[in-house]
Design a protein around this ligand. Structure first.
Ligand code: GDL
Length: 449
């Protein structure tokens, strides 16, 4: 089974040394593949026809050598999907020249990506193909033939409908996916992100369904830990929402994680644990990952070897956990805050005050975590979390100050005094203005009156 990581996100690509770190993590987690597909490498997607220049080739050559040294398969991606003419012999040849160029520096495995484009056959191809899927299959099969002639064989394919959402939640009814199943060479592996682009859960039944349509077991492209779509979030928690019973229905599992390399330690560690376990246990996997990650949190100014306290590392992960869930402690504190804010006033009870005290302690722990993080020896690790922790600290401080004010039973017409912080311009700007304008409810649905 192909297992590992795809550098497949939008935004700043990883540096050479970060990729070497990632190769190390993939291997230590018992996985076997790294896929080079940063959307930031303009040669992968927007300028796929352009050959790599000498400098980029050197970087890739070194990366391929590192992968080899780590015993990790290196797979190179090409995404000609923005403007390829599927019926053009010239375009196909350009694609094959890229394969040749990558083959020349040692790449032996390839991925062809057709994600995030309109699902329609370009005008100029309509006379040549009966469908979009047939056009893409023609290209993919030709690339596989070429790779075979060179002496290789592995090709993965990312379809345009790569999740059930894009097939209108009707996978068996998708003409596109059925045609792919019939016309793609049976040896080409097909990526699938689950019911959604970022899937809260992926069930065995849903994988059986897509496997039947594709006539092969899909390769999961997991966006569970990806954070390129929301700059305010990072996911340092364990893999969740996937149970071990899916393993018989997939031919691979590749995760596309956070942009920030250093946020990915627990995600990669636990993804490896998930793939290795007969019965995945999220909490156990998290505990094992934390104990391997902790040595990286050495403090610069304390006694030799002093680290971020264990409970603060756990707090860091609980704050920035998973896309659909905060960590247990954070969930509890958010619930408490909500209860205090909605409690009837001015009759504030002892229980209310006790709750407010618990939130103050929580704030103090976040502040202490923040302060300790600024003293990490590993500055990359510090900078990875700094903006997110800054925001968490600001907001929790804001909350506690507000609760303190409520505790003084202000009169109904009184307005919270914004003396000690910068509320008048904090949390504003273009994106926030739009967020505040749109009538979004707690579940994320939009309404109109
Ligand atoms: C996507 C993109 C991916 C991106 C991810 C999360 C696939 C197949 N493609 O749509 O590059 O990182 O969502 O934003 O997932």
């Amino acid at each position: 089974m192909i297992t590992g990581v795809i550098e497949g996100f939008y935004g700043r690509a990883w540096h050479e040394d970060q990729r070497v770190t990632m190769l190390d993590w993939i291997g230590s987690a018992g996985m076997n593949t790294y896929i080079y597909a940063p959307k930031d490498d303009i040669h992968v997607r927007a300028r796929w026809r352009q050959a790599y220049g000498a400098e980029q080739l050197e970087i890739l050559t070194r990366l391929i050598a590192s992968a080899k040294a780590h015993n990790i398969a290196f797979m190179a991606a090409i995404a000609p999907c923005l403007d390829i003419t599927y019926s053009s012999v010239d375009d196909l040849n350009q694609l094959l020249r890229r394969i040749d160029q990558l083959w020349g520096i040692g790449a032996r495995q390839f991925a062809l990506l057709f994600d995030d484009i309109p699902n329609s056959l370009p005008e100029q191809d309509k006379a040549h193909f009966t469908s979009f899927a047939a056009a893409q299959s023609h290209i993919a099969n030709a690339v596989l033939d070429h790779v075979r002639k060179l002496g290789g064989g592995t090709l993965l394919f990312c379809p345009t409908e790569y999740c059930a959402r894009f097939a209108n939640m009707d996978v068996p009814g998708s003409e596109y996916l059925n045609t792919l199943g019939q016309s793609l060479d049976p040896e080409i592996g097909v990526f699938w992100t689950g019911p959604e682009i970022v899937s809260a859960t992926i069930t065995a039944a849903s994988l059986q369904e897509i496997g039947t349509v594709l006539r092969r077991k899909p390769v999961i492209w997991d966006n569970f830990h990806a954070n390129d779509y929301d700059i305010r979030r990072v996911f340092a928690g364990p893999l969740g929402g996937r149970a071990s019973d899916i393993l018989p229905y997939i031919s691979g599992f590749i995760t596309n994680p956070n942009n920030e390399l250093d946020a990915n330690f627990v995600p990669i560690h636990t993804t490896g644990a998930f793939l290795a376990a007969a019965q995945y246990d999220e909490d156990q996997a998290l505990a094992a990952a934390i104990s391997d990650w902790h040595p990286r949190f050495e403090l610069a100014f304390g006694p030799e070897g002093e680290r971020l306290p264990d409970d603060e590392l756990r707090l860091l992960i609980a704050l920035f956990y998973q896309p659909f869930q905060c960590g247990a402690e954070t969930i509890e504190m958010l619930g408490l805050a909500k209860a205090l804010l909605s409690a009837p006033r001015p009759a504030i009870t002892d229980e209310w005050h006790q709750g407010a005290e618990r939130l103050r302690k929580f704030k103090e722990r976040i502040t202490s975590l923040f302060d300790h993080m600024t003293e990490l020896k590993d500055r990359e690790l510090f900078h990875t979390f700094h903006p997110y922790l800054w925001e968490a600290r600001e907001e929790v401080t804001h909350l506690v100050t507000y609760l303190d004010w409520l505790a003084q039973a202000p009169a109904t017409e009184e307005v919270f005094p914004s003396r000690d912080r910068i509320y008048n311009f904090y949390r504003q700007g273009f994106a926030v203005a739009i967020q505040e304008m749109l009538p979004r409810d707690e579940k994320g649905n939009y309404h109109h009156d």
